[in-house]
Design a protein around this ligand. Sequence first.
Ligand SMILES: Cc1ncc(COP(=O)(O)O)c(C=O)c1O
Length: 302
Amino acid sequence: MTGPRPRFVWVDGVVQRADGSHLSVFDRGFQLGDGVFETLRARAGRCTELAEHIARLRRSADGLGFELPPDIAQRVELGIAALLAAEGLDGPETDASIRLTVSRGAWASRGLLPPPDEHLVPTIVVQAWPVVPPVAGHLDRGLSLVASAVRRDPQNPLVSLKTTSRADYVFARLEARRAGADDALFLTTSGHLSESTSANVFLVRRAPDDVVELATPALDCAILPGTTRSWLLRWAGSVGLRPVEGWLTPDELAAADEAFVCSSVAGILPVTRFNGHPVGSGLPGPWTLRARADREAFMRGS
Ligand SMILES: Cc1ncc(COP(=O)(O)O)c(C=O)c1O
């Protein structure tokens, strides 16, 4: 990530200097990736879709089998407000990206099996950065993606959770870098499109009945159920596109008129190359640019 380094972090209720030490080495998030997280945007101190992110944080923790404190939403809201104020990221024209991380907690013992929940206190961290504009070229030229060697198994119960266990994703990002691409796209074990390392994927294409479709892998294609994805499926209907959720193939991506990836923090970014071949015209398409502009306007609250 580029951009200025944070000066502060919020850990378990307290704003602290970012360059201090904050966590126990026994924290299971650090030791085992036994935690969950969310990334979101805030404009002028106001978070976009915070309730949806907290709901997904809860679902992820639930899926890993640990309970978030019942007042997690209030705690996190206070944490975000305190941190944005400390960082000076709550000004009227300021866009911040925020990461919420909650681990199962620290336990000074060896082994995978956590103790009963009552012995552990989840560690809660909030971090914030100014939103940096997309890397030069990502908007005008679009992203180039390569298929990762890591396949995603739709039967894996963890695959749709946002856990801090991200080794597969780091591995795939490095694969992309080695291939000279911007990001990697995961395929399912059956070879269908899943998602990129930090975003959902969409195609724009004309269907045989001449209707323009906005198509995305279905929820059971080993994807994170993205908040931006849900917004886009609603947006499609409002602009005359037919939303489609299904099992899509790499050939369908290659043959699409346009493609893009989407996430809360980076917004909507065109995809113009896949495995070294152009997608559509090889340039960002008009529907992609419109979707990006509409989503950015939504996040600005206009
Ligand atoms: C693997 C993955 N898929 C999809 C997304 C998009 O989710 P959202 O739109 O809720 O940010 C993310 C976001 O970080 C992600 O990490």
